[in-house]
Design a protein around this ligand. Sequence first.
Ligand SMILES: NC(=O)c1ccc[n+]([C@@H]2O[C@H](COP(=O)([O-])OP(=O)(O)OC[C@H]3O[C@@H](n4cnc5c(N)ncnc54)[C@H](O)[C@@H]3O)[C@@H](O)[C@H]2O)c1
Length: 370
Amino acid sequence: MIIGVPKEIKNNENRVAVTPAGVTEFLKNRHTVYVQTEAGKGSGFSDEEYIAAGAVILPSIEQVYAIAEMIVKVKEPIESEYALIKEGQLLFTYFHFASSEPLTHAMIERKAVCLAYETVEKTDRSLPLLVPMSEVAGRMAIQEGAKYLEKPMGGFGILLGGVAGVKPANVLVLGGGIVGTQAAKMAAGLGANVTIVDISLARLRYLEDIMPANVDTVMSNEYNIRDLIKSANLIIGGVLIPGAKAPSLITRDMLKLMKPGTVMVDVAIDQGGCFETSRATTHEDPIYEVDGVVHYCVANMPGAVPYTSTLALTNATLPYALQLANLGWKAACAKSEELRKGLNVVNGKVVFKGVSEAWNLPYTEVEKLF
Ligand SMILES: NC(=O)c1ccc[n+]([C@@H]2O[C@H](COP(=O)([O-])OP(=O)(O)OC[C@H]3O[C@@H](n4cnc5c(N)ncnc54)[C@H](O)[C@@H]3O)[C@@H](O)[C@H]2O)c1
């Protein structure tokens, strides 16, 4: 198959969908890979590295779309790319159709085959192509939190791990899923006192088993959260109710219970945030203060560490991309339920229920395609 890797053109997107290591794997499976010049630059991969791995570098995005049977990307196509997409062309990338009506209509009109990273789903209902970004964001939440806890950055002025003779900081993690687990591990590794709260007792049991001794688990309810925020120096928001807005676990009145200079990192901001006072921020202007509490609410945290994020993402996407290239999308999706769940819009038909419901569009059962 002919695979095309365009350079991401969405603002501040430095990731790339295929690394030189990925090119090597495609070539081993007798595919051809065309990469737009400088597609990997933001993630630290040069054109020379791609050429050495066997890719062909093309000077423009138009040429990549024109030649490729499968486009592998990171972010959804933006408006200027719509016209480049060919009928029947396979696009494997993040789409998030339910948050963009114009994108949905554009992909229907182009009659593309849109396989969305975010809906590829394993039989245990986990989302293997979302997990790596949650891992990155969870780990990063602690390093950002530690930075903003420094006095010159507006924080309380406490070192997470303390030193001999001085107590460490208290870190409260709301939600013990992927984000929360990674955040707790990082904070514990730095020597902080960590508490994870979750509504799932089974999850708390698991975390209690695997976490080091400086991590406690507590059932999530308003009473416990009100109590824990009084002594917290850093609070990480990592709750998720799939398909719904995140619940406001810390309301505005609760900020008064906290120490001035407490830092709150709302990782769940992409689902509306789990603090009432959260509003989305950017890497250029990541924080603001409410009632003396520092809020960090960057909606695309992994974007700040494109090297790590690209490798984490492509480690997860490459096996699926190889299946698609080896068999073609139809046979690959007929064989793999995981991949089939990724199909959202195919040749002008909406085949993902959530997308048809979001924009009131006719729904075609995915099975009817085979
Ligand atoms: N800002 C970013 O850059 C970024 C990056 C990656 C992920 N995220 C977001 O982070 C959030 C968490 O993602 P995840 O992969 O860890 O999800 P996850 O499903 O693995 O974990 C969510 C956890 O929240 C728990 N939970 C639900 N309601 C709760 C409540 N009331 N109190 C306490 N816990 C509760 C669940 O039981 C679950 O354990 C998502 O909204 C995700 O989109 C943001």
